[in-house]
Design a protein around this ligand. Sequence first.
Ligand code: 0T9
Length: 425
Amino acid sequence: MSSVAQSSSWTSFLKSIASFNGDLSSLTAPPFILSPTSLSEYSQYWGEHPNLLIEPNFLAQSEKATRDETDAMALKRIIAVTKWFISTLRSQYCSRNESMGSEKKPLNPFLGEVFLGKWEDPEGAEGKIGETILLSEQVSHHPPVTAYGIHNAKNGVTLQGYNGIRSSISTTSINVKQYGHAILEYKNLEESYLITLPPLHIEGLISASPFVELEGSSYIQASNGYFAVIEYSGRGWVTGKKNTFKARIFRDAMSSARKENAVITVSGQWSGKSYIGNGSSTPSSKDELFYDAQSSEPQHLVVKPIAEQHELESRKAWSKVAEAIKKADYDLISEEKSLIENKQRELRKTEAASGDKWQTRWFDLVDYSDSSVEPDAFLNLTNISNLSIRNAPSGSLKNSKYDEGEAKHWRINIEKWKAEKEIKI
Ligand code: 0T9
């Protein structure tokens, strides 16, 4: 065991986890486990493979397609969406390990914090993909919720979503349920996809080298009917390898009740290689390669220099804390963090006194239990997949024990972004 793991700062941190109250962001962790990056930046992981995100737009059926051809193209597109989704996982769940040696505790975004930037037309795309932009905003602080929109104007592609978590503690790990979902829309195809977020747990705490493992399942429901179920496992069913998954694509959500009904099965590691085959049998390395995460490097977001950023922009707002973390200067970290936290407390006080609540910048909270809400992609896709519209753990089904309570979800308001005067990409 490393000396860090045996240090009193780590053991007392573990003790505070064991007795924590539910909000992980409130725990004071030793400097070596702190990340200089805010959680509001994590939205960028959805867009680090712009070519794969846009690919379905190039798989339209021809105008005089027969029914079979139409169906074949719809299947190709959900396979392409599944590939794009799998490609996001290495960035989402391994990138801190790869760049900093282990999972790290992100900075806890303040209300109204924003993070934005763009992905330029990928190398070799010759303008066919074009620019893709990211808008990310902290829409809630208690509990933390980040909303985001990713938009490619050239191809009419929009991904939007939001994330929150609820965690609990077991003997050796932190268990995390994700709340929220993503909606992917291809305007030219008039097609949309609903994506749910998998549960996960954090392991390696005892040895002070935490890492994320995905568990359970997540879903992709296409408006063309196709439905993908992705199952995750840490150690792998047969191979014993980490970060394994199996994705099965079904004709529709109904037929997913029986695994034998799978039209396509993909199997392998989302941080490595995966293979694809027809039908429900599990493909292996003898079959066609589906995706190789190691041979497809993420394309990084281009963000303005800090000097040109607005004070609500994440990297500018946290720059002094980030520097202190990089120096591992504990006193300076708490000093600089307190400055931000106290300013936030003051803001909330003045708002309470004046009665003007903080207004989110680019996102609106839509209440789907309100019958006057216009039918939209979310209502359509939850209907055909039988997924809950409530604020339940992501992927909960209608009429399950979680299908209760409010049905409020964050949506981008493009008009607000168009009217934005102060903050630029
Ligand atoms: C949405 C993602 C999410 C956010 C992170 C659990 C976690 C905060 C939420 C779910 C992204 O799309 C995907 C990736 C990683 C998730 C984080 C991993 C993690 O450890 C943190 C929590 C809050 C901690 O920092 C726990 C304390 C620490 C000891 C672990 C290093």
